[in-house]
Design a binder for this molecule. Structure first.
Ligand code: ANZ
Length: 859
């Protein structure tokens, strides 16, 4: 062991040892309890960012800790390798998306290895490899056979800029989630998976997820959008047809002043065949590639059909409007409009000059007649239902409609079927084809995987693509000419089932090896960013249910515990340059002046020009405030970075990156190194210690050691509070630093404490602990050591607090160890009082002692 701590020297050495000896390779072992710890797989964008480092450090700490508990721990890693950025980068750099992707994977893999993560690299999955997506294609065909997928000419969200279809989830406020351009609505043939079939179980099973953050479950619930309500039919005047509407506010039925129907409802489409104005209106709704202002103007537009519906209770005539605020995919695509009590209905009525009727009384009379009232309350203007409260009104109105045989209880979900087609090259090809006669057929399973057309000439990636794809798409199926699907899958497909494939990444006989999946699944701990709380986790849960129904996996849910780690923030600085534009300067190029509290008061760039401090914000390219992980690793070593990340904030809170804090951690590790080094130098014969033979000081430190083990164990396993665990270990190290090694027993205690500290720090700083353990333990390996256990009898009990008095007056309280003799307590307290000069040595008349309560010195 060297005298000084040089992380560079030791980290590479230890990593090589792990790699060579395959320490973290795992296999199913029925005699051992399993633990599956899964960090979300990264997108190989080029370099790891600090968000990645935080995610993977948390996962590694948990994995190593669980391993020390004796479990068979699977911690796999892979690459979510398909996707848009690869294509964009390929076009920019004139390479093929595959070369760009593989190059990035190679680089990022090195970065992950340099952080010492304990992955089973044998199970590495790269989703763009045919051996992986082959099974995705195969499974899609099985879904097709079970009628769980369909192709539909449908209106899709089209991003003109990215030239692709987007899922509803990828459209935020009418704009593309990636490039923020306004999306158009376009009609093209698309493949869908029937997510809606699973809406109910996706909603209900959230209750099973006791160890998921409440926030995430609520986000999922909102996204699924469950509504309980009623379906009612409205007759149409002079027609045998009816219009079915969905409402959640049946109590307002007497306030209906018009019916609104979606422009894409079959009723509207049929009517438009004879009605040019309506036809034009519907077309206009299709081409939504409008500016935001125009889009705003188009809101709440509609066409009066001049057709009337008949109110099911009053039998009065109600006008039917085709209204563009009504969604076709929700409820029944038609609404009984109550403008007095619903915002959309009110806006539409105001814009189109329609009648507004209030049927719910409002406390403030002034407000009435002015705007819609959403609150439930006493009914007015509702004939026989007047004066009823909400519950009674619902009861009476439903009773009446049931009598007329015109009521169905209906639950609807906002969740849509999943559009999985993407008009992109760099994705898994959809394994389907269309015969020349128009019939759609799957590609024969024997021919899977359907591999992307190769683009050999990297330099002309785009130019060659169309031509290549054209020839590639012409095939024969059973000797009939056919055209292959050119679209590829949404990349959320690959990340929806990778967790199951990790259990058997090299299984050749099928998508999932039932023996392996039965052993490893469900995932015990999943870790990822909160940005994946909706889409990814929804598809992930959905796919698990599909796999379950095909009997490839068991259980209803894929993941038992979920951690969504907080963001990594760092200081950001800018200058105002030309055209009032903000020019962001990387914090590494900024010098700051701080006040005593560490607050930045002034900041300058390298030329001494003043820059503006924008605060601690999320590390991002756009704010140029990212800190490169590799720079930090080079400077301080992976262990320091890992420990800092786990220490600086609770895992679900945001983490403020600051180099001052990192330096502090580095100093702490050096301190521990020195403490171990100094101890090793003294060489002594270790003997088991008899607690009863220890003196007070020795007992105190020994008990503190056990208290630390107890707290750290509880913090890590139950509370998932890693920062407090680390700070407790630091406290112990500081106490040990002051602990003088006067006699043999002191040395034995020091050794016991050091070994426990090294074990407890191993999940966080595994390289350093590897070396220290070896040096303290005759070359033994720490990788298979067990987590330290504490002994209850050495823990301080809170009821062992003693109030120290002089002549009945309270001076202070002290914690007293169990097992201490009366005399030991007396002499300990007396010493304290002497030091504090509260008493003199010879003037004690009497000591009154009530065990566990009071010790009173009478002087
Ligand atoms: C009459 C009414 C009166 C309504 C009232 C609300 C308040 P949630 O709760 O979000 O599920 N609705 C039904 N289908 C619709 C569609 N396809 N497009 C747009 N709006 C639709 O919303 C249910 C309510 O949304 C339904 O209840 C319906 O308006 C409207 F004082 O019916 B309600």
């Amino acid at each position: 062991m060297e005298k000084e701590y040089y992380p560079k020297n030791i980290e590479i050495y230890v990593q090589k040892y792990w790699e060579k000896n395959k320490i973290f390779e795992v296999h199913e072992d029925p005699n051992k309890e399993k633990y599956y710890c899964l960090p979300m797989l990264p997108y190989p964008s080029g370099k790891l960012h600090m968000g990645h480092v935080r995610n993977y450090t948390i996962s590694d700490v948990i994995s190593r800790y669980q391993r020390m508990l004796g479990k068979n721990v699977l911690q796999p890693i892979g690459w979510d390798a398909f996707g848009l950025p690869a294509e964009e980068a390929a076009i920019k750099n004139k390479t093929a998306p595959s070369s760009w992707t593989y190059k990035n994977i190679q680089y990022m893999k090195k970065q992950l290895q340099s952080l010492g993560f304990s992955y089973d690299w044998n199970r590495e999955i790269t989703t763009c490899k045919p051996e992986y997506y082959k099974w995705e294609q195969w499974f899609f065909i099985q879904l097709y056979k079970k009628k769980l997928v369909y192709k539909k000419n449908s209106f899709v969200n089209w991003c003109e800029y990215d030239k692709t279809v987007l899922a509803n989830e990828q459209v935020i406020n009418g704009c593309c989630w990636r490039c923020q351009n306004i999306i158009k609505i376009k009609k093209i043939p698309q493949w869908f998976i029937k997510t809606r079939n699973y809406a109910e179980s996706l909603y209900d099973d959230l209750d099973q997820l006791k160890n998921w953050p409440k926030k995430v479950k609520n986000m999922q619930r909102n996204w699924i959008g469950k509504s309980k309500g009623f379906q009612i039919s409205f007759n149409i005047e002079n027609s045998i047809n009816k219009i079915k509407i969905f409402t959640t506010r049946i109590d307002t039925i007497m306030g209906v002043t018009y019916i609104s129907i979606s422009p894409f409802h079959q009723f509207s489409i049929n009517l438009s065949k004879k009605n040019n104005i309506l036809n034009e209106f519907i077309q206009k709704q299709n081409q939504n590639s409008l500016s935001k202002e125009k889009l705003e103007k188009m809101k709440f537009c509609g066409i009066n059909t001049n057709i009337f519906a008949i109110h099911p209770i009053t039998n009065k005539k109600i006008p039917i409007w085709i209204a563009n605020f009504v969604l076709n995919e929700y409820g029944t695509g038609a609404v009984m409009s109550v403008p007095g009590h619903n915002e959309n209905d009110w806006n539409f009525a105001i814009k189109n000059n329609l009648k507004i009727k209030y049927v719910i009384q409002h406390q403030s009379k002034k407000l009435l007649q002015k705007k819609f009232i959403l609150e439930k309350g006493i009914l007015i203007n509702s004939r026989e239902f007047n004066k009823l409260n909400y519950e009674d009104a619902v009861h009476e109105i439903t009773k009446k409609l049931i009598k007329k045989n015109n009521l169905k209880i209906k639950t609807t979900y906002k969740l849509q079927d999943w559009c999985v087609s993407r008009q992109r090259y760099w994705g898994a090809p959809i394994p389907m084809a269309t015969l020349d006669n128009g019939e759609i057929v799957p590609i024969s399973e024997k021919e899977l995987p359907v591999i992307l057309p190769k683009i050999e000439n990297d330099h002309n990636f785009l130019k060659n693509l169309k031509k290549k794809q054209f020839y590639w798409s012409k095939i024969k199926i059973n000797n009939q000419p056919a055209t292959r699907e050119l679209d590829t899958f949404d990349t959320f497909m690959e990340s929806s089932w990778y967790y199951a494939r990790y259990t058997c990444p090299n299984f050749k006989k099928g998508i999932i090896d039932p023996v392996a999946s039965k052993y490893w699944l469900p995932v015990d701990q999943y870790i990822g960013g909160i940005e994946h709380a909706i889409m990814h986790l929804m598809y992930f849960r959905f796919y698990h249910k599909l796999l379950r129904d095909f009997k490839f996996v068991q259980f209803d849910e894929p993941v038992k515990n979920l951690i969504c780690q907080g963001m990594v923030l760092s200081e950001a600085f800018y200058q105002i340059r030309k055209n009032n534009q903000r020019y962001w300067i990387n914090p590494s190029n900024v010098y700051t002046k701080k006040d005593i509290k560490g607050k930045i008061i002034k900041a300058y760039d390298q030329k001494g020009k003043e820059v503006i401090y924008a605060g601690m914000i999320k590390m991002s390219k756009s704010k140029n405030n990212g800190i490169q992980p590799e720079l930090m690793i080079n400077k301080y070593g992976a262990d320091t970075i890992r420990l800092f990340i786990m220490f600086a904030a609770p895992i679900e809170s945001s983490l403020e990156w600051n180099e001052y804090g990192i330096k502090g951690i580095y100093r702490f590790l050096k301190k521990l190194w020195k403490l171990s080094f100094d101890y090793i130098q003294i060489k002594h014969v270790y003997k088991n210690i008899q607690f009863s033979s220890l003196n007070q000081k020795q007992k105190t430190i020994y008990c503190f050691l056990h208290e630390t083990i107890a707290k750290v164990s509880d913090d890590i396993s139950r509370r998932k509070s890693f920062n407090t665990a680390i700070s407790k270990i630091m406290e112990l190290v500081n106490k040990l630093k002051k602990f003088k090694l006067k006699e043999e027993k002191d040395k034995c205690i020091m050794r016991d404490a050091l070994l426990c500290i090294i074990k407890m720090l191993y999940p966080f700083t595994p390289h350093l602990c590897f070396i220290l353990w070896k040096s303290l333990n005759n070359n033994c390996l720490i990788d298979n050591e067990k987590w330290p256990v504490f002994e209850k009898k050495f823990l301080l009990k809170t009821n062992n607090i003693l109030v120290v008095q002089i002549n009945g007056k309270k001076q202070f309280t002290i914690k007293i160890l169990d097992n201490l003799k009366k005399e030991e307590i007396f002499s300990y307290v007396k010493k304290k009082l002497l030091i504090q000069k509260k008493i003199k040595n010879n003037n004690i008349n009497k000591i009154i002692y009530i065990p566990n309560k009071i010790i009173n010195f009478v002087i």
